[in-house]
Each structure stands twice: as structure tokens, then as C-alpha cells.
Design a protein around this ligand. Structure first.
Ligand code: ATP
Ligand code: MG
Length: 394
């Protein structure tokens, strides 16, 4: 099929479908347009324009990939639903023919249908009910097996007559929901190679938060491939969350020092306190107002209330734990949906699993932890780790 044989298509995103709660509409729309532009670069040359509270996404040449573009759009937060539509002239015959040819494959397999017309351009000679009737009649002539069902049709044919043209499309496609990334400020996600933290990242990005990623690596106890796994996970999350800067923090010396100087039952808790201190330093430098972790109450020994409390006392900014009340199955189902699960279960070591105590303390007392930490050069270790950070753009 040559380019000219393809129907001319467009993606329509209506503002009525944006979640505008409590936010300045203009800021919201600008952020959404910016994010869409950025994401669609991979799909080819598209033009984006906003008119009459609709965003129009139009392919500019034969190489612009509509399937890829719809895929991208479906992962951009701030869109509840969108339509992939066929563009036709504002002429009844053209619209009728477009409905039959563009939706032909689906009309063949459907048993019932309904036409819904919207006439935004009042110059168009027919009103919405007449358009629906004329298009419906034409469809029935071409597909006599069909019946009209106005309540629960297998296929809904939407006809829209707007200023720039007429559009024919089927039911809207589901969008990613949420708020455009960037409208909720910035926060730093502590990302491991596990199942939970990529899901936590996705959930907060969905609320419009622009992410900065922090990963603690303990080479040679953790491998290059373990780090690569985290990068791949962030790339998957980035299909929703957009661009991220990843900070890879050297954690080996800190962990070796903890092992050398602290009782084994406190290893994980003291390690987590170091993570908190370092993450907070990076977050402040990167203009982030909060930290995000993938913790969930009771999941492991370091996620009991008293264990969370001994890391939280160090926090000088909010710590978001979007998974705190979720079961593993619920987390896994999101991980599958956003396509991080299969990567997450690849068996690479994480710094958390390198020096796991045999009997971790689940009810720590802060004064005991502080006393134990006094044996360490906390400030010196923090400075050393900060100086060794590597940056990677995702
Ligand atoms: P995950 O599945 O995200 O690894 P988990 O259930 O294995 O979580 P922990 O290993 O105790 O739990 O880690 C709890 C949280 O601490 C993680 O969700 C993540 O936010 C953070 N974290 C753990 N390891 C690292 C690491 N190496 N680098 C950065 N953050 C980490
Ligand atoms: Mg983990």
C-alpha cells in the first residue's frame, strides 16, 4: 500500500477529558503539550496544535508512525481518553464513505452499531441527528447483517464536524489518566531493581511529579548487569514518567563500614538511614521537594512501623510511599500492566540483599541505632559517596 492509499488519520485529545482538578488550566495544557511533543519525537514527524479545547496530533509525512504515536499518547499522563480518527472533507458523501472504509473491518465483525454525530461547525448544512441518520443508513446498506442498537452497540461510530475538517472514529481509547508530568513538582525516587520501586515511581509520576532517580550500587558485590537492569527498568518507567536524571551512588564503602562496626541485626536499618541521608542531599541539590520509596508495611523486616520510624526521623522533606498499604499481588498487577514485572524478577543482586542480617531487628530503638552509628564516620562516608556519584540521563 502506498502512502496515498492510506486514509489520512489524526489523534484527537479533548480537554473535557483532562482531569483539571484544582489546577490552573493553562499550566496543565502547556505541560501536556510539552510532554506530548517530547514523547512523540520517537514516532516521527507530527504536528501538534490546540484549538477549541482539543489537541490535534497530525502526521506530517509518510514516515510518521500512527500506531507508535497512539502507543506513546496512551502513556502520557493527563489524558483520560483519546480518539484515533480518519480525516475527511466536510461533505456528507465523503463522511459516509469514510465511515464504511475506515471502520469496515470492525463493522464486518460487529453485530450492532450506533452513529453519534457532533456538529461543532454550525455552517454544516445538516444537524447532528440528520448526520447520524444519513451515515447510519449508508452503513446499513453496505453491511446488511448489522442492526442499530442505541443503548449497547458493539461499535460506536462517532462523526465530528469541526472547523478544520470532519472526523470519523470508533469508541475512544483509554488514556493513562493522572496529571501531566511536571505539574506536581519534582521528587526523587529511590530505585532498586525490585518489583516495588518502579511501581512507586509510576504512581507518583501519574500524579504529575517529575522524577529524579537515585540508585545505590555496591560494586563488586553488585554487578554491572544489576545496574543495567535498573537502567532498563527506568527506561520502562520513563515511557510514562518522561525524562529522568539517574544518580548512581557508590555504596560499597558505607556497607563495608557498617558490617565492620555495627551489630548484624542493625545492618539493614543503618544502611537505610544512610540511604535516607544521601537521597535527601541529592534531592535538595536537584530541587526535589520529596522522596519516594517502594516500601509497604510489613513486607520485610525494615518495613515495620518502628523500622520506618528510625529512617523517617532523618527526613527533612516528605517521604512518599505510594505502596504503603498495598498487597504484593496488587503491586505485581500494576508492574505487569506497566511492563516492568518481567525485568524486575530477573535475579540480580541489590545492595540491600548483599549484607542481609540473619535475624534483622524489627523493633529498633532509635537511641540504640544512634549509639551504634556513633562508631562510624557518618559525615565522612556521606561526603565520600556524594563525591563518587555518577549521572546517567534516561
Ligand atoms: P523493591 O522491590 O523496590 O526492591 P523491596 O520490597 O525489595 O523493594 P527493600 O529492598 O527493603 O524492599 O527496599 C525498600 C525500598 O528502598 C525500595 O522500594 C526502594 O525505594 C529503596 N531501595 C532499596 N534498595 C535500593 C537501592 N539499591 N537503591 C535505591 N533505592 C533502594
Ligand atoms: Mg529491593
Amino acid at each position: 500500500m502506498t502512502h496515498t492509499d492510506k486514509p489520512s488519520e489524526i489523534i484527537l485529545i479533548k480537554n473535557g477529558e483532562l482531569a483539571l482538578k484544582g489546577l490552573n488550566r493553562h499550566t496543565f495544557e502547556e505541560a501536556l503539550l510539552r510532554n506530548l511533543r517530547h514523547r512523540l519525537r520517537h514516532a516521527g514527524n507530527f504536528s501538534l496544535r490546540k484549538a477549541q479545547s482539543t489537541i490535534y496530533i497530525e502526521p506530517q509525512d509518510a514516515y510518521a508512525d500512527m500506531d507508535e504515536a497512539c502507543d506513546c499518547v496512551s502513556r502520557v499522563f493527563g489524558i483520560a481518553a483519546f480518539s484515533r480518527a480518519c480525516v475527511t472533507e466536510k461533505d456528507l458523501t465523503a463522511i459516509q464513505q469514510a465511515a464504511v472504509s475506515y471502520l469496515g473491518a470492525r463493522l464486518r465483525t460487529a453485530s450492532t452499531f450506533k452513529v453519534e454525530a457532533k456538529r461543532a461547525d454550525k455552517q454544516f448544512p445538516l444537524g447532528s441527528p440528520e448526520i447520524s441518520r444519513e451515515v447510519g443508513g449508508y452503513v446499513l446498506e453496505h453491511f446488511p447483517h448489522l442492526r442499530v442498537d442505541v443503548h449497547n452497540p458493539d461499535l460506536l461510530i462517532m462523526v465530528e464536524i469541526r472547523d478544520f475538517g470532519a472526523y470519523v472514529h470508533a469508541q475512544q481509547l483509554p488514556g493513562a489518566g493522572g496529571m501531566p508530568v511536571g505539574t506536581g513538582g519534582r521528587a526523587a525516587i529511590l530505585i532498586s531493581g525490585g518489583i516495588d520501586s518502579p511501581v512507586a515511581a509510576y504512581m507518583m509520576a501519574k500524579r504529575g511529579i517529575q522524577l529524579t532517580a537515585i540508585h545505590f550500587a555496591s560494586p563488586p558485590y553488585t554487578s554491572e548487569r544489576a545496574e543495567q537492569k535498573v537502567i532498563s527498568l527506568l527506561e520502562r518507567v520513563g515511557r510514562y514518567a518522561g525524562h529522568m536524571t539517574m544518580h548512581i551512588v557508590p555504596f560499597t564503602h558505607i556497607q563495608e563500614e557498617i558490617r565492620r562496626a555495627c551489630p548484624e541485626e542493625f545492618f539493614t536499618l543503618i544502611m537505610r538511614r544512610f540511604m535516607m541521608r544521601l537521597a535527601q542531599r541529592i534531592a535538595k541539590e536537584q530541587d526535589c521537594g520529596a522522596l519516594i520509596t517502594g516500601e509497604s508495611v510489613g513486607q520485610v523486616a525494615s518495613q515495620t512501623i518502628p523500622a520506618l520510624a528510625v529512617t523517617d526521623v532523618l527526613a527533612e522533606m516528605p517521604v512518599f510511599r505510594p505502596l504503603i498499604g498495598m498487597d504484593k499481588e496488587e503491586i505485581v498487577s500494576i508492574a505487569r500492566r506497566i511492563d516492568t514485572f518481567t525485568l524486575s524478577i530477573q535475579p540480580y543482586e541489590d545492595c540491600c540483599t548483599v549484607f542481609t542480617p540473619r535475624h534483622p531487628c524489627t523493633r529498633p530503638k532509635l537511641y540504640k541505632i544512634e549509639a551504634v552509628e556513633a562508631a562510624l564516620d557518618v559525615d565522612g562516608l556521606i561526603e565520600e559517596a556524594m563525591a563518587g556519584i555518577r549521572i546517567r540521563e534516561i
